[in-house]
Design a protein around this ligand. Structure first.
Ligand SMILES: Cc1cc2nc3c(=O)[nH]c(=O)nc-3n(C[C@H](O)[C@H](O)[C@H](O)COP(=O)(O)OP(=O)(O)OC[C@H]3O[C@@H](n4cnc5c(N)ncnc54)[C@H](O)[C@@H]3O)c2cc1C
Length: 407
């Protein structure tokens, strides 16, 4: 490839990199997108396997408040590609979206593949050139981008580069955070990656593990450190995961790292008061087993009953008031966060202090960053993809402006 001042390299073909391409192509730039994997958008496709929660319909200010306090640049980027704009963009590619009962926004078919296919077709029609199996390995001494490819090392000079290399979760899908080495070698501060929206180990009894791994625990309130969420979670072989747990996972992860107590409190019967439960449980059992009594008097059965047995002392079952308190505030002690490779997303990455308002690295003029490789975090609910799309657009526009300014 010859050097051209209007040539832009985007490295990383996930939502952020593709949106950077979308922003750059109409400016007439020659846009080349590189990815280490044999195909693009693998994590995006994986997100489609759980329904592809594209964004959220809540008021924008509420939406923006969900993000960790990263920098004003992040909310600004989201305002410039907000949830409604994302829905309009998906519709322009033939993918209609709808608002679920929780306010989350999904494609009508809950799939990522049709959206990705239509998007790639559109971007290629606009002139995007894609290069898969190109693993970025940093820069040569002369400043060219260096790639490892099946046919050997390739060096590429560009007028601007957008890095959209992803975070550190699910490395098998491409984002393995190996890029931190190249940026740190150039003096860029990269905060250590930590699991976000992750599960936790509990240390279940064998009975719990064998009988209930995979069981959903529905309609509960999970509380930790003054924060409560109504929702559901799933029992895993080693502990717990799922949206209700993810909502509290940043606080739980940080508490574990600081050696603080990490006892999650579960309300297994959010629609009944402790007084009513205690009165119902105090009714004579008339020879019924405790399992039947719990089911009939308190509506507690299956996995919820197993959780009670797992987390409450035996004596509580002989005392209706203690049992009722246990149902309303069951202590579940978490031992450790699951590894980052299993987390839905990651916290950490390139510090916002390293970026100018156009998402360009201050220490590396002409190099822009976007997506999950930046140091922000948010819960599940469509916030992750929205921020990746929005920062991708901002970095793409920044690169376009840089090309104009340096032409
Ligand atoms: C199971 C699962 C379900 C999810 N569901 C949702 C959801 O419903 N809603 C939501 O908002 N978010 C969801 N997410 C999170 C969301 O998918 C990510 O936040 C998003 O894909 C990150 O986009 P990105 O473009 O920054 O990075 P990625 O999508 O990770 O893309 C980065 C790209 O960079 C490439 N790359 C990395 N290093 C190199 C290198 N050295 N050289 C060349 N290429 C490289 C990778 O191959 C990859 O293609 C989910 C994540 C997972 C794992």
């Amino acid at each position: 490839m010859t050097q051209s001042p209007s040539k832009v390299a985007i490295i990383g073909g996930g939502p952020a990199g593709l949106m950077a391409a979308q922003a750059l192509l109409p400016t007439g730039a020659e846009v080349h997108l590189f990815d280490a994997m044999p195909s693009l958008g693998r994590k995006f496709l994986m997100a489609g396997k759980s329904g592809l929660n594209l964004t959220h319909s809540e008021p924008l200010e509420t939406f923006l408040a969900r993000f960790s306090d990263a920098s004003p640049a992040l909310p600004e980027a989201i305002r410039a590609l907000d949830p409604q704009a994302l829905r309009d963009w998906a519709a322009s590619l033939g993918v209609e979206t709808f608002i679920g009962s929780s306010g989350r926004v999904f494609p009508k078919d809950f799939k990522a593949a049709p959206l990705l296919r239509a998007w790639l077709r559109d971007l290629r029609l606009q002139g995007l050139v894609t290069h898969v199996r190109h693993r970025w390995q940093g820069w040569t001494d002369e400043g060219a981008l260096l790639f490892e490819t099946p046919s050997g090392r390739v060096e590429i000079d560009t007028g601007a580069t957008v890095l959209a290399l992803g975070g550190a979760s699910w490395p098998q899908l491409g984002s393995d955070a190996s890029w931190t080495t190249w940026l740190e070698a150039r003096g860029v501060t990269v905060s250590a990656f930590r699991p976000a929206n992750c599960g936790f180990d509990v240390g279940w009894s064998q009975h719990m593990q064998m009988r209930f791994a995979g069981a959903p625990v529905k309609s509960v309130v999970l509380s930790f450190d003054g924060e409560s969420h109504r929702g559901e979670f799933v029992i895993t072989e080693t502990g717990v995961e799922g949206s209700g747990v993810y909502a509290l996972s940043a606080a739980l992860r940080d508490a574990l790292a600081e050696g603080r107590d990490t006892t999650l409190t579960l309300d297994l019967a959010p629609d009944r008061s402790v007084e009513r439960l205690a009165a119902d449980l105090a009714r004579p059992r008339k020879g019924q087993s405790m399992a039947n009594h719990l089911r009939k008097a308190a509506g507690i059965e299956g996995v919820k009953a197993a959780l009670l047995r797992e987390c409450l002392p035996k004596e509580s079952f002989d005392d209706p008031a203690r049992l009722a308190s246990g149902i309303k505030a069951l202590p579940l002690k978490l031992e450790s966060a699951r590894p980052i490779a299993e987390a839905i997303s990651s916290a950490g990455g390139v510090s916002f202090d390293e970026l100018d308002t156009h998402f360009m690295l201050k220490k590396l003029p002409g190099i822009f960053c976007a997506g999950e490789m930046l140091d922000w975090e948010a819960p599940t609910g469509g916030y992750l993809l929205t921020a990746c799309f929005a920062t991708g657009k901002a970095a793409g526009l920044g690169a376009a402006q840089w090309l104009r300014a340096t032409a």
